[in-house]
Design a protein around this ligand. Sequence first.
Ligand SMILES: NC(=O)C1=CN([C@@H]2O[C@H](COP(=O)(O)OP(=O)(O)OC[C@H]3O[C@@H](n4cnc5c(N)ncnc54)[C@H](OP(=O)(O)O)[C@@H]3O)[C@@H](O)[C@H]2O)C=CC1
Ligand SMILES: O=C(O)CCC(=O)C(=O)O
Length: 525
Amino acid sequence: MTVRGENLIGTEARRGREAAFRAVAAATGEPMEPDFPGASLADLDRACALAEAAFDTYRETDPEARAGFLEAIAANILEIGDDLVTRCMAETGLPRPRIEGERARTVGQLRLFASVVRDGSYVAARIDPALPDRKPLPRPDLRLRRIAVGPVAVFGASNFPLAFSVAGGDTASALAAGCPVIVKAHPAHPGTSELVGRAVQKAVSSCGLPEGTFSLLFDAGQSIGQALVADPRIAAVGFTGSRRGGTALMAIAAGRPTPIPVYAEMSSINPVLLFPAALDARGAAIGKAFAASLTLGAGQFCTNPGLILALPGPGLDAFLDAAAAALRESPAATMLTPGIQRAYREGVARVAGHNAVTLLAEGPEGAATQGRATLFATDSDAFLADPALQEEMFGASALVVRCPDFAAMRAVLEHLEGQLTASLHLAAADHAAARDLLPLLERRVGRILVDGFGTGVEVAHAMVHGGPYPATSDGRTTSVGSLAIDRFLRPVSYQDVPDALLPAALRAANPLGLPRRIDGAPERA
Ligand SMILES: NC(=O)C1=CN([C@@H]2O[C@H](COP(=O)(O)OP(=O)(O)OC[C@H]3O[C@@H](n4cnc5c(N)ncnc54)[C@H](OP(=O)(O)O)[C@@H]3O)[C@@H](O)[C@H]2O)C=CC1
Ligand SMILES: O=C(O)CCC(=O)C(=O)O
């Protein structure tokens, strides 16, 4: 399939009229064909008008039609075949197995949301029948369902060109909820974005859905993204990227005459707690596994294990020796964009220059487009004294904080900003110490995991990929897993509305066969 450098607006594909940009081949830094002229404000207006016009029809599509649409997108993505994989590899510098794995995750995610739509629990339909004889007052007939919030703006992420991008988790969950989606493509992988966008556009047509169900816009700068968030027809925003970008969009959304939620997944350093008995039993093995997680995807994961907390001892020494040895041999890896590479290099230099930090290991120097792994160490007093030491270094770099005792480890955790994940490495003898820290960890993070690392989020019903600010803008939600649909739904209650006027979800005959609660208990079939 050919990449043409076109915005996809409803059923149309048209080249923009604003300043153009090109993808940059991540490995060489060379510009790639074709150019992508940016969308104009008129293009944005058209996409928003179509989305608004599509909304009432799309949100009332029956479950089977909407599920079929999500499955059609998945099938169309697979149908692009190797053209998608090779374009994506060139634009991102990520290797084939990673891109193929990410494609499988993306397709699986779309299918998961198709099953969520078919299941229907997400509608949360509930009925409290009228009690006309209740004393002292009769109760009205009350029925509740959740409806889609409206058109959603999605910002594709640089580091997951498929699973967190044009047809990634934000788009899949918004479409599943019944929201039309307008994607602002990430400029790091425009060709990949166009190919996937065409797969969605084709599914909209083949499923007979309103054309405004999906649009994709390109922009060489930030004005289209900002105008999209500010547009009164947009009801919510999904974003994965930097704290600076996420908070800028939050400010725009909050400053609108009608403020809207921005679900931004931003920075996280994902503390890893190494407990003494686990370190004594298998310090070297944990060190090796840590190095593998740290260097995955050149460290360009928001779940990257960037902070290690441990008590000094021979177990920690074994961990550090093994981790350092593995990192010294870990080849430098191509980073996603020159900007991300520069930010990583500067972040590493800043930490390296800190007077309370020592360099434990670094990987071999790489090409100008690459990032090398680094491991630093400091102690808990120094970490507590300088908030800059908890800034995310987006790449394969981590800081080990030596804590003299569990009280110091607790103080470091208390001092941490909100995080996506915390990993605990434990043996049975560590359980009491771990139990003491769990309530604090629950306050700080969205996911607590044992004997593993947070990279490679499972797309599942019980997954939380979120966390308190600044890991995300709203720690009550997740951007991965079936619960992600909740972000794009809103409850509506119907009081004494005649059956003929009720939405199908709430009619007495339950024509959609939805799971419902009657007076708080599951409805009997
Ligand atoms: N923790 C995480 O999950 C991630 C963190 N990052 C961090 O972000 C840095 C930059 O990476 P990147 O992925 O490009 O993230 P950015 O936040 O810079 O960009 C993400 C998207 O948002 C847009 N955007 C950013 N700021 C604004 C703004 N003020 N107004 C309108 N649109 C905006 C970008 O457009 P444009 O490119 O035109 O600015 C891009 O489309 C990395 O070095 C890393 O530190 C990145 C990815 C994931
Ligand atoms: O680790 C993962 O699978 C997902 C990571 C992620 O969400 C991100 O890096 O933005």
